[in-house]
Design a protein around this ligand. Structure first.
Ligand SMILES: [Zn+2]
Length: 237
């Protein structure tokens, strides 16, 4: 009996290990999905959230896997789940957890986009750039869906963009918005702490009705994350 028990224990630890995937894809609402990948930040495994939208003209990916080993599996998963190709990729700021996939996506024939501001930063740091740029506030129409990019102002970085999915009332805040589970503001070496609360205020006013607010890291939820980010910023001062 004892042997059986320890065997089962052993088995269960193996199972939980294999349940730790390098990429997690979850259905959010409608044709929107979130995906989470992992990297090491300050010595700890840290997650990064991003989203994709399945349209009848192909898949639109916002940001890239943070883990380069997951670029190819990510595209394979989309193909297997949705029988669609990724046609458009938008990176919401210049950091690796957002823009790190631009060269890979380009090599796969995907149309890649960043704002002009993000492009300037990528160019200056000699990082791979998107094939196309757009003005901060732009509407992309892909298949049956519209996707709005919105620049609320400086915050986590000077170029952080948000993405609004009007049909589903989903705001992808990226790294401008902190999860209510976050204990601090994260990487702030390039942040503008004075402008950040005002940028969030603009977001609150622009999108008064949201079904979900997806944050760049940690568990996402809804509008409470906007006020929570402002609270973290107040405490920082
Ligand atoms: Zn960032």
């Amino acid at each position: 009996m004892h042997y059986l028990f320890s065997f089962l224990l052993c088995l269960s630890s193996l199972v939980s290990f294999s349940q730790n995937p390098k990429i997690k894809i979850k259905h959010l609402t409608g044709d929107l999905y979130t995906y989470t990948t992992y990297n090491t930040y300050k010595g700890a495994v840290t997650d990064a959230n991003a989203v994709y939208l399945v349209t009848n003209k192909g898949v639109v990916v916002i940001d890239a896997p943070w883990d380069a080993t997951q670029f190819e599996p990510f595209l394979d998963s989309i193909q297997a789940r949705h029988h669609q190709k990724v046609v458009l990729a938008i990176a919401t700021h210049s950091h690796g957890d957002r823009a790190g996939g631009l060269a890979f996506f380009k090599s796969k024939g995907i149309s890649t986009y960043t704002s002009k501001l993000t492009d300037e930063i990528l160019k200056a740091s000699k990082a791979p750039r998107a094939a196309h740029t757009f003005a901060n506030d732009t509407t992309f129409t892909v298949g049956q869906y519209k996707i709005n990019t919105y620049y609320a102002g400086k915050g986590h970085t000077k170029d952080n963009l948000t993405i609004w999915f009007p049909k589903d009332k989903v705001l992808f805040g990226g790294c401008l918005i902190k999860s209510t589970r976050a204990t601090d503001l994260g990487y702030i070496a390039e942040s503008d702490l004075a402008a950040w609360p005002k940028s969030i205020e603009k977001l609150k006013q622009k999108y008064p009705d949201t079904k979900f607010v997806v944050t760049g890291h940690d568990a996402w939820g809804n509008r409470e994350s906007l006020a929570y980010t402002q609270k973290l910023l107040r405490e920082k001062k």
